[in-house]
Design a protein around this ligand. Sequence first.
Ligand code: SF4
Ligand code: SF4
Length: 390
Amino acid sequence: MSYPSNHPTPHPDDTAAGIEVTAEFERFTQRNDMFTRAFWDDRIRSKQTDQFFASYRMEAAPRRGDGFTQRDFALRNASWLVSDIISNRGNDAGKREGFQAAIANDTPVAPMQQPVDDPARMASEIKRIARFFGADLCGITDMDDRWLYASRVDTRDMSEAPNDLPQGMTSVIVMGHQMEENLVATYPSALAGAATGREYSHEAAVVMQLAAYIRNLGYEATASMNDTGLVIPYAIKAGLGEYARNQMVITPEFGPRLRFSKIFTNLPLTHDTPKPRGVRAFCDICTKCADACPVKALPFGPPKISTDVSAIKGVRKWTSDAEKCFGFWAKMSSDCAICMRVCPFNRDFSKWQNKAWLKIALSPLRHLALWMDRKRGGRKKPGDWWARDI
Ligand code: SF4
Ligand code: SF4
């Protein structure tokens, strides 16, 4: 389905969210994402990409010195374990849950429905329960179907399959999961990949538990990680943060240092709104992420409409060269987030100094904030992470 039949008019929140769609808009076909193309597109698939995926089993993990030793891969691969168990359980049906298919429901929708008289109160309760289960951030937005994948992927043959989301969903609950700051500081390394894997494992548990709670109240809820739709526009619309040059959502709590998960539901809930604070203006004067990228995969200059096959069509935004980026991951046999590590917003905002810096960064004094950041963002040695008290 293509825009505008997909969504008759641009959404009223688009301006505040910094979202600009054009008449060429088309929903994204998940088969075209880089991780899926690595299985069917001969232009992407190589011995190195096969080695990348294989390295998540210890017998195939390479050894390359500090940050890529057996214990670095051991920690990274262990961090992914819970996520792997969930994603592998639907293999026979071609459903890689959490990645190329929504997470299957383990709990039926209760036959008795708890009445909801006050959707605002229910929204607060859901945010409280999200935190109770371990989410670091939670926001709620409407079911804007532009960001749903046009189709998902059947992993048995990498063909297109329908996105089997129940009809009548009205809200998307978006949760943020903070990545460990000291591990992120060691990117690029296999050790740093433990920060990614740990949050995928955390988020798998959190979305499943929160979805089960909603289903126990008598409402539909589908737990989702990278599957079913693009989480970034939902996170921005839910007021959690703003889109940045490094293709991440920058939040006032953790900067770009987090992952997002989501739940689709028909539980009556009020919706949050986007909160533009000034990140776009900061990225306009900063290119630290693009400068630091070892393969120059990030864009300089203003946001553009991308023609990259792995990018959504008809949306003006900063878009990476996904082939160059994933090529670097494959070469390292691990994920990379140098562009997260070096970002000036990658700080612990519970500290007063960083809160003060944030105020300056989001004000017309942003050039001063960028100058203040000039010596930060260097890589920490993975061996030093092991030497710390965990
Ligand atoms: S993840 Fe690494 S390779 Fe990819 S854009 Fe960021 S810095 Fe570049
Ligand atoms: S490094 Fe600079 S340009 Fe890149 S996302 Fe962070 S603030 Fe924006």
